[in-house]
Design a protein around this ligand. Structure first.
Ligand code: NAP
Ligand code: F7E
Length: 375
């Protein structure tokens, strides 16, 4: 049997030709309602895939990030399908894999907030760590029974480097996780390596450094800042309460990073890759650029609140993305300053205000909401 993967790697045109001659490629995405889930789904749909996403049942709609790509499945030509499930529910994960028969699985689902993982360590470990293992086990059985290859992407994190053992951090740098979230990601990372080596699964770990966008969750530091800038300009907020401003992160643009995920699954051999910009900036620098974009001095608006501190902090992250650059031919397209300004512009636009950097074209409509008890 010729698998859809066997004749193409990174050349998009080759893939399109093949997809039209044979059945459509099917991808299954966990965490499809999240920031990365929405961008990877757009990318896969553009490439002609049939995309299946796992969503959780919620009492109010939380599909803002994917509403623009959703087409009623009763309509002809629909290519995006949603399935109820949860990473803590192995039976359902198995059933969905059996039904969808995916060629590729992107495991992006997670309780992804580091600070929250200290409050809910058991749940975070179950969903982030065991969730990945549940998928790997389901793939192992499905592949063995049917002979159909399923390629697997595991959303690893720079948080796994934690109290860093080397600067910058590469695929060779040992992990030293500093939160329940990071410990669970390390578990998922090694399970992925182990399933690749034990059962010859095509399973890749992306070790992605922080990546942001106008679709970033409102409680991560970048979006918390850019949203506050817009609300301060609008006159609906007067201060922003924050924790450690000295932490340094390697921040890139999420849309670039999902491209790297896809590229990993198109290679001849499964492998692990660091995806990063290779630059680091402090939270203070982020504040400077974000407030500076609307000619405000951040010092006048930022106040300290210890509830935003973590029991253990990750002080400095900076990635060495040489392997991704050479093997995947991947590189970031957006600079730090452009990223910050784009996010501020998008948040200003969401409030109906003028944005100094011009219009940010994003088909996903990100609504402004009141944050209740947000971290
Ligand atoms: P995100 O915006 O927080 O999205 C997380 C997604 O996971 C949401 O769709 C969420 O669904 C879903 N989810 C949460 N708990 C789940 C569960 N128990 N079962 C099934 N789905 C569940 O995260 P992101 O920024 O897109 O990140 C994507 C992945 O990359 C995550 O695994 C994250 O840990 C990892 N990562 C992110 C970064 C980054 O900088 N963004 C860097 C490295 C690694 P709801 O919408 O229902 O909550
Ligand atoms: O914090 C500091 C905070 O929550 C960044 C997730 O996507 O990236 C993300 O994890 C830094 C930390 O992201 C506030 O202490 C200061 O040092 O935006 P963050 P994170 O913890 O780096 C990694 C790669 C992931 O994998 C995760 O899923 O900013 N900080 N004051 C603050 N952080 C928050 N959230 N809120 C503050 O008020």
């Amino acid at each position: 049997m010729v698998l859809p993967h066997q004749n193409f790697h990174t050349e998009h045109f080759e893939f399109r030709e093949e997809a039209s001659m044979t059945e459509k490629k099917r991808a299954l995405v966990t965490g499809i309602t999240g920031q990365d889930g929405s961008y990877i789904s757009e990318l896969l749909l553009e490439k002609g895939y049939e995309v299946h996403g796992i969503i959780r049942r919620t009492s109010t709609f939380n599909t803002d990030r994917i509403d623009h790509i959703y087409v009623d499945p009763h309509k002809e030509g629909a290519s995006l399908f949603l399935h109820y499930g949860d990473l803590t529910d192995g039976t359902t994960i198995r059933r969905i894999i059996e039904d969808v028969k995916p060629h590729e699985i992107y495991n992006l689902g997670a309780q992804s907030h580091v600070r929250v993982s200290f409050d809910s360590p058991e749940y975070t470990s179950d969903c982030v760590g065991m969730g990945a293992l549940r998928i790997l086990e389901a793939i192992r059985d499905y592949q063995q029974r049917t002979g159909n290859e399923v390629r697997f992407y595991q959303a690893g994190s720079s948080e796994m480097f934690g109290k860093v053992k080397a600067v910058p951090q590469s695929e060779e740098t040992p992990f030293y996780p500093r939160s329940p979230y990071a410990c669970a990601k390390v578990f998922a990372h090694w399970q992925t390596v182990n399933y690749r080596e034990s059962y010859d699964l095509f399973a890749c770990n992306g070790i992605l450094f922080n990546h942001e966008s106008p679709r970033r969750g409102e409680t991560f530091v970048t979006r918390k800042i850019t949203r506050a800038v817009a609300r301060i300009v609008a006159g609906t907020q007067d201060k922003i309460y924050m924790g450690n401003l000295d932490a340094k992160r390697d921040w890139g643009y999420a849309k670039d990073y999902v491209e790297a995920m896809w590229l990993m699954l198109q290679q001849e051999k499964a492998d692990d890759y660091v995806v990063a910009t290779g630059e680091t900036h402090s939270v203070k620098e982020f504040l400077e650029v974000a407030f500076g974009h609307v000619n405000l001095d951040w010092n006048k608006y930022v106040a300290f609140d210890e509830r935003y501190l973590r029991p253990t902090e990750v002080d400095l992250l900076i990635g060495a993305p040489a392997k991704a650059q050479t093997k995947l031919n991947w590189k970031p397209s957006v600079t730090f300053k452009e990223l910050v300004q784009k996010m501020v512009d998008a948040d200003l636009q969401a409030l109906g205000l003028e944005s100094p950097g011009g219009l940010v074209k994003d088909a996903a409509v990100i609504r402004d909401r009141i944050a209740t008890g947000a971290i």
